[in-house]
Design a protein around this ligand. Structure first.
Ligand code: SF4
Length: 246
C-alpha cells in the first residue's frame, strides 16, 4: 500500500496508519464488506483511503430522493477523481407514495415518530438491502459528532443486521478530517463551505452558526438525544455495544 502519511503533521499520521490498518483488516478478514457513504467529509476520507489502496470494499450511498444536488454531485466527483461508481440504493417507491399520500410530503416535521417512519422508508429499508450478503459494513461516524455517538467503538457487533460494523474514524476530530482532505486534495460536498458541517436530506438539514454543535443543523427541531436516523439503532433504541476489537 502507498505510504500517504508523509508530511502530515501532529497526530494525523498515526490516525491515518491506524485507519489504514483497520481497513486492511476488514478487507482481509471480513470479506465481503461494504462502506456506507453519506457523501459527507468523513466519508470522503474513507473513500480516498479505500480507493487509493484498491481495497475490495464496495462503496454505496442511499439516495433517499430528498438529497441536495450538491450531495449527489459528490458521486460524480468520485467518478471523475477515482474512476469509481458509487452504488446508489433507492427507497421502495410504493412505500414512499403511501407515506406521502397518507401523511404529506413533509410529515417528518410533525413528530419524532413521523420522522423515524420517513427515515425507515427512505434510509433503513434500503440500507438493509445494501448490506444483505455482507459480513461487515463500514461507516464514517465519529465519536465527537454528537451526544448520541459519544460511546462509539471502532468495531461493534451490529445485531440488527447480523454482521460486524466498523467505525474506523471514531477517534478522529473534525480538524483531523479537514486536515486529511486538504493534504490529499480530496473532493468534498460543496455544502460544507456554506455552513453545513453535517449533511443529510435537504428538508432535514440546515446551516449552523459558528461554535454550534456539528449536528445542530440535523433535525434541528428535535431533542439532541433523538437525532439519529435509525441506521445505527436497534428496535428504535440506540445500541451501546462494547468494542470487540483486539
Ligand atoms: S432525513 Fe428527513 S427526508 Fe430524509 S429520510 Fe429522514 S425524515 Fe425523511
Amino acid at each position: 500500500m502507498n505510504d500517504i502519511t508523509n508530511g502530515l503533521p501532529n497526530r494525523l499520521p498515526s490516525l491515518v496508519a491506524d485507519t489504514q490498518a483497520t481497513l486492511d483488516r476488514i478487507a482481509r478478514d471480513f470479506s465481503p464488506a461494504v462502506f456506507a457513504s453519506s457523501l459527507a467529509a468523513e466519508d470522503m476520507v474513507l473513500t480516498d483511503l479505500i480507493l487509493r489502496a484498491g481495497l475490495p470494499i464496495g462503496i454505496f450511498s442511499l439516495d433517499t430522493g430528498r438529497l441536495h444536488p450538491e450531495t449527489l454531485a459528490v458521486v460524480d466527483a468520485v467518478k471523475a477523481r477515482y474512476g469509481y461508481d458509487i452504488a446508489l440504493f433507492h427507497p421502495n417507491q410504493q412505500a414512499v407514495d403511501q407515506y406521502v399520500a397518507a401523511n404529506g410530503i413533509n410529515a417528518f416535521y410533525d413528530s419524532i415518530e413521523m420522522r423515524r417512519s420517513c427515515c425507515g422508508i427512505r434510509k433503513v429499508e434500503p440500507l438493509g438491502r445494501a448490506l444483505a450478503g455482507n459480513r461487515a459494513w463500514v461507516t464514517g461516524q465519529r465519536r465527537a459528532q454528537s451526544t448520541t455517538r459519544a460511546e462509539l467503538a471502532i468495531e461493534e457487533i451490529d445485531a440488527a443486521h447480523g454482521m460486524t460494523k466498523f467505525n474506523p474514524l471514531a477517534d478522529w476530530s473534525e480538524d483531523d478530517v479537514w486536515q486529511y482532505l486538504r493534504d490529499n486534495q480530496v473532493p468534498y460536498n460543496a455544502l460544507h463551505d456554506q455552513g453545513f458541517p453535517s449533511i443529510g436530506c435537504a428538508p432535514c438539514t440546515r446551516a449552523v452558526q459558528p461554535g454550534e454543535d456539528v449536528r445542530a443543523g440535523r433535525w434541528w427541531w428535535e431533542n439532541p438525544d433523538s437525532k439519529e436516523c435509525g441506521l445505527h439503532m436497534v428496535d428504535g433504541k440506540l445500541i451501546r455495544i462494547k468494542s470487540v476489537a483486539a
